[in-house]
Design a protein around this ligand. Structure first.
Ligand code: ASP
Length: 325
């Protein structure tokens, strides 16, 4: 019987970094072929195709790079891959996963992984994470689950996954909803059903520019004013508490002529929609045309807003999409 096929695409990140014996910190050093060579058992599990797509620290990835990854991954599926694994830096991994999950229109699993410890470390986690990701990509129950994130033997949905710690191996958590499953004794075990999701069209034009503005004590709204006067197409305000802003931020938000989404800087929970009525509250914000982000963090809300603006949806539709997300 022929073996299943898995394609592994490398984008960079700690998983491929090493100091190579030199001082000055670790840098991208290993190719996709090197990564899979570190996990010899893979060749017994599947026919593995490995390709180095990029070699970047993940903070320097661009949406255009992710569009390239989307097309590459689709090509792999078209050519018979049963699943696709992408390795990248963990710093922006939740954003890549979330963005790709908005557009991933295949039943086959697209699994994203990385590492918290580079290869020079004692007990580096890269090889184990690749092994676990291939197990997940080969599991028939991973089909129709969109984009999955696998690190430290935990399986996360792109919707909820979040990097929560600077160095811990268990940095990835699924805030609000919990993990999708675990890799146990060489098998992927799911704890919950697939999360329903909407698949959006990949915009044909360049992506709109959407800024994120942080709320903080004594925020005078100056940055919002600057953004309103510049070339941004949308703005996400990472609000206080359940999604609130200062009086001064509110004054500037009211003058904006671009879509405004308001999220919560707390890191978990849903934004309010009908509790507080003071100036700068969620009721005031919505009465001024702002959309509350629901469960989405600012970085995820930004990506959804970019896709919606790029697909030229109306203000009312933006509201509906966030409400139903
Ligand atoms: N610290 C990062 C990582 O975990 C570096 C990056 O995101 O590229 O991979």
């Amino acid at each position: 019987m022929s073996k299943p096929k898995i394609s592994i695409g490398a984008l960079g990140g700690t998983i491929c970094m090493s100091a190579g014996g030199n001082a000055g910190g670790v840098k991208p050093s290993f190719s996709a072929a090197d990564l899979i060579a570190a996990v010899p058992v893979l060749k017994d599990m599947a026919d593995i195709k490995a390709e180095t797509i990029l070699a970047l620290p993940s903070g320097s990835l661009k949406l255009d790079n992710l569009v390239l990854v989307y097309r590459w991954a689709k090509e792999q599926v078209k050519n018979g891959a049963d699943g696709v694994v992408i390795t990248q830096g963990t710093d922006t991994l939740e954003e890549s996963a979330f963005f790709l999950n908005l557009i991933w229109d295949e039943a086959s699993p697209l699994v994203i992984t990385g590492a918290m410890r580079n290869a020079d470390n004692i007990s580096a986690d890269g090889a184990g994470n690749i092994y676990a990701s291939v197990i997940v990509a080969l599991e028939p129950k991973s089909r129709n689950r969109g984009v999955l994130v696998v690190l430290n033997d935990t399986i996360h949905s792109a919707k909820w996954v979040h990097k929560s710690n600077t160095f811990s191996l268990q940095t990835f958590v699924s805030v609000n909803a919990g993990i999708q499953g675990l890799v146990v004794e060489g098998s992927a075990k799911y704890l919950s059903c697939a999360i329903s999701r909407k698949i959006y069209s990949l915009p044909s034009e360049v992506f709109p520019k959407v800024a994120i503005v942080q709320s903080y004590l004594d925020n005078d709204g100056e940055i919002i004013k600057l953004i309103g006067g510049s070339k941004f197409d949308g703005i996400v305000i990472d609000g206080f508490g359940a999604g609130h802003v200062s009086f001064e931020m509110m004054d500037e938000i009211k003058k904006l002529k671009i879509p405004v989404v308001v999220s919560s800087r707390t890191g978990s929970g849903m934004c309010a929609t009908k509790t507080y009525g003071y100036k700068g509250s969620e009721i005031d914000l919505q009465n001024s045309g702002c959309v509350m982000s629901g469960w989405l963090s600012a970085v995820k809300a930004r990506l959804l807003l970019m896709i919606l603006i790029a697909n030229q949806v109306s203000q009312q539709e933006i509201k509906n999409e966030f409400e139903n997300f």
